[in-house]
Design a protein around this ligand. Structure first.
Ligand SMILES: Nc1ncnc2c1ncn2[C@@H]1O[C@H](COP(=O)(O)OP(=O)(O)OP(=O)(O)O)[C@@H](O)[C@H]1O
Ligand SMILES: [Mg+2]
Length: 224
């Protein structure tokens, strides 16, 4: 079972958008997919509730619900035993204790960031915490950054790319700012399930992310 965590304590940067789009992609690929919503706002749960029965299923679990067993066991028991891909949608404002919980058994972490100086500074602080307290490198967890709500050619996007080229974490892809994401979320689908060639450019951007998620850590380092 592979686990992807979508994480950034900054609110509204695109965690749920990325988590739900990934879930729809893997489900459409025939992968048995579970989406764990750790956010009390329940945005992923709501997304899954909008998903019609004729779409490839995404098994969405409200991981905030308290059960008698530990948090991990409780969601584990509520996803199909044959689950191949788990996607975790984390809430904003994660505490250090929660961070440790989310990191358990995770293979990859995606950090979405919006091109704004406030968001970039918040992310820089968070990355430091993740590397130090989360010990992601020691645990063999790969971490990648996704720029979200990008408007190409803006100064803020240029500043973000400059910042990302200076840090050691991979800058995996950029997702443009488009209402297609908002529309897809309302219907419980992902960008790849929208039938229009207006999102071909977006689907191309996502390919970078899927490829990065598939690439083993060792290979990724050796190919630079
Ligand atoms: N690339 C995009 N283009 C346009 N709108 C977007 C894009 N990504 C996210 N949004 C919109 O921005 C808002 C916030 O996104 P989202 O809910 O995914 O962020 P979040 O990090 O999960 O927020 P929270 O921290 O509150 O959980 C939503 O209304 C979403 O539809
Ligand atoms: Mg969210």
């Amino acid at each position: 079972m592979n686990r992807i965590l979508v994480l950034n304590p900054k609110g509204g940067c695109g965690k749920t958008t990325i988590a739900t789009n990934l879930a729809s992609y893997y489900a459409c690929e025939g992968v048995v997919t579970a989406l764990l919503d750790y956010d009390p706002q329940g945005s992923s749960v709501r997304w899954a509730g909008q998903r019609s029965g004729d779409k490839p299923p995404v098994h969405c679990v409200n991981a905030c619900e308290k059960h008698k067993t530990t948090m991990t066991k409780s969601w584990y028991l509520r996803i199909p035993a044959e689950t191949q891909q788990v996607i975790i949608d984390a809430p904003a404002g994660v505490s250090s204790a929660q961070l440790q919980e989310y990191l358990r058994n995770v293979n990859s972490i995606i950090i979405p960031v919006m091109p704004s100086s406030i968001d970039v500074h918040a992310m820089a602080r968070f990355i430091e915490e993740l590397l130090l307290k989360g010990k992601v490198k020691q645990r063999g967890i790969k971490v990648g950054i996704v720029a979200n709500r990008v408007k190409a050619k803006t100064n803020s996007y240029k500043s973000l790319t400059k910042f990302l080229s200076a840090i050691k974490l991979p800058f995996v892809t950029s997702l443009r700012d488009t209402q297609y994401y908002v529309g897809a979320a309302e219907h419980g689908i992902g960008i790849h399930e929208i039938i229009t060639n207006h999102v071909d450019v977006d689907r191309e951007n996502w390919k970078n992310l899927y490829e990065w998620l598939q690439t083993p850590e060792a290979l990724r380092h050796s190919t630079g």
